[in-house]
Design a protein around this ligand. Structure first.
Ligand code: MN
Length: 565
């Protein structure tokens, strides 16, 4: 049901109220394309509804840009719609402050951060729906912005959707980003493959009745048979691995068979193989061994009618829904099922948070199926030991829990840490020992000539901050002694004067790689001894001692002493 239909059907419901509120708030605002701004949150909510998410999420989808783009405050949303929806809107608003600028090594961190900041998977769903609609309408933006958003979509949001099991969303995001990231390749692909796509599709359409009859004759009634055209973005990646030879891509268009049960999946594959010989090494059993993102299906490539190579994908309806909607589909199924549904067998050893998601899925598959239970499990709390705080530029700083603005400052740059005079968190001044939380927007106030304080050592959490503060303290102590600190040494040499003695001194000093700054000779009246003072450029005690030993051997030297000045 579309949002507009829902609004008509239940005008007092939360979706209708959010609709009216958002429409009114955005009234008069236009998108870059010239259309009313409200079209965007409405489209976002429609996407969320097509993913079968709950009413609070859909309402938050309608409201997701009100706090960022209008006079409406977080409090207004709270008063009007309650804590749950306000929490979801706030989450999406926070994610809006993060920007990705394309360092590949930062992408994984960024994906984790998005999950950590969201604290509830529904925030991620809203963000993905928001991004999906923005990508569908990206052509209206200026080119530089298009490129940045396409890159962020490709590197961050598409993989995130994929790991959440939302295969279809991930693929669409990548496809939408592709023409902006690789315009030349995209044009080439369109030209090269258009005919191929069409002829593959015509071929499959032709043999579809044959496949259907074959299955039925052997006792498997398919629920549906349709076609899956390979996406441009994934075709391009595959072509890169196959010498750009489109003839080697067998799954340009695949035939998809949907059946009722898992045994029927295997039965259908057997029937197909009996009729058309499979290509060796191309049978994939993602039912027994699901992909890390929980994708399940059987894939096989056969030599079909007219000796043409074609791919079959065979799965149950439940698997199909899960492959399309990921975690969201589980909710749908648990709502509908009578509890007898098999829990998904997942072999994910990918990364911690995917395992975590799967353990949630297994957790609620056996239990009662209320949305409460599901929503509780959507809470993300597996980053307890890390927090992600955001700079004013939108970069995320990954810190251990309990970190303070001083830790944050030192993680940006040593100079910022050293000159740190104060901090604002989410716009409000806080003490420097304030404990930061994930999603905090942190601004460090620096002051020229400011030095770190020793008391900082009592509250900083990170080794980096501690080390830098200590280094700065040492530096400071050295500077405090500054005025009295020696810069060179003065040698006092009492000699029995003779011709050439100064030359001997200077030769030895030079050989020890020490510069001479000045010479003074004083003749004491009535004495055959004279006092030479030599200023040398060194305060290194061992070095000076060594030099003195050598000078003492010079003929005529009676006594040598030195002091640092
Ligand atoms: Mn938006």
């Amino acid at each position: 049901m579309s949002i507009k239909e829902t609004v008509k059907k239940d005008p007092q419901g939360v979706i209708a109220r959010a609709y009216v509120f958002a429409e009114k708030t955005h009234r008069g605002q236009k998108r870059k394309s010239g259309e009313p701004y409200f079209n965007h949150p409405l489209a976002t909510a429609n996407i969320l509804s097509s993913w079968r998410l709950d009413n609070a999420t859909i309402a938050a989808g309608l409201l997701h840009d009100t706090v960022e783009d209008t006079d409406v405050t977080q409090d207004d949303i709270h008063k009007e719609f309650g804590g749950e929806i306000a929490f979801l809107v706030e989450g999406v608003t926070k994610l809006g402050t993060i920007k990705y600028r394309g360092a590949e090594n930062k992408a994984e961190n960024m994906r984790k951060m998005i999950l950590a900041l969201s604290r509830d998977l529904r925030v991620v769903f809203i963000k993905l729906a928001d991004r999906l609609h923005n990508m569908r309408t990206l052509s209206a933006l200026p080119p530089a912005k298009q490129k940045r958003i396409a890159l962020e979509t490709n590197d961050i949001y598409a993989p995130l959707a994929y790991r959440l099991g939302m295969q279809n969303v991930s693929g669409e995001l990548q496809d939408l980003a592709f023409p902006y990231l690789h315009p030349k390749e995209y044009r080439w692909l369109l030209e090269t493959t258009k005919e191929q796509y069409e002829s593959r599709l015509a071929y499959l359409q032709k043999i579809k009745p044959e496949v259907e009859a074959l299955l039925k004759k052997n006792g498997v009634a398919p629920l549906a048979i349709d076609f899956r055209a390979k996406r441009y973005s994934s075709l391009y990646k595959k072509l890169l691995r196959h010498d750009m030879d489109i003839g080697k891509i067998y799954d340009l268009v695949a035939m998809r068979i949907i059946v009722a049960t898992v045994p029927e999946c295997y039965a259908a594959m057997g029937i197909v193989h009996e009729q058309w010989p499979p290509l060796p090494g191309r049978i994939k059993d993602y039912i027994a061994m699901p992909k890390p993102n929980t994708y399940r299906s059987l894939h096989t490539t056969v030599i079909g009618p007219d000796q043409k190579i074609m791919e079959f994908q065979i799965r149950t309806k439940e698997m199909h829904e899960e492959n399309e909607y990921g975690v969201a589909a589980h909710w749908l199924y648990k709502q509908k099922s009578d509890g007898k549904t098999n829990s998904p067998k997942t072999a994910a050893e990918d990364i911690a948070w995917v395992r975590q998601l799967q353990s949630w899925q297994e957790h609620f598959s056996g239990k009662q199926t209320e949305s409460e239970e599901f929503m509780r499990t959507m809470k993300i709390d597996f980053f307890k030991e890390r927090i992600f705080a955001i700079t004013p530029r939108g970069d995320a700083i990954d810190l251990p829990a309990g970190s303070t603005p001083v830790d944050f400052a030192y993680h940006i740059h040593t100079d910022i840490g050293n000159a740190c005079a104060g901090a604002k968190v989410n716009g409000a001044i806080v003490p420097l020992d304030h404990e930061l939380r994930s999603g905090d927007l942190v601004e460090i106030i620096t002051q020229k000539g400011k030095r770190p304080s020793e008391t900082w050592l009592t509250f900083v959490k990170t080794a980096i901050a501690r080390d830098r503060i200590r280094a700065a303290m040492r530096e400071k102590n050295r500077l405090v002694r500054g005025a009295a600190a020696p810069t060179h040494a003065e040698l006092k040499i009492t000699v029995d004067d003779r011709v050439g003695i100064l030359k001997d001194f200077s030769t030895i000093i030079a050989r020890n790689h020490i510069n001479i700054l000045a010479f003074h000779a004083e003749n004491t009246k009535g004495s055959r001894f004279s006092l030479n003072k030599i200023d040398i450029q060194s305060i290194d005690k061992p070095k000076i001692d060594k030099l003195i030993l050598k000078l003492k051997k010079v003929d005529g030297v009676k006594e040598i002493s030195y002091k640092l000045v």
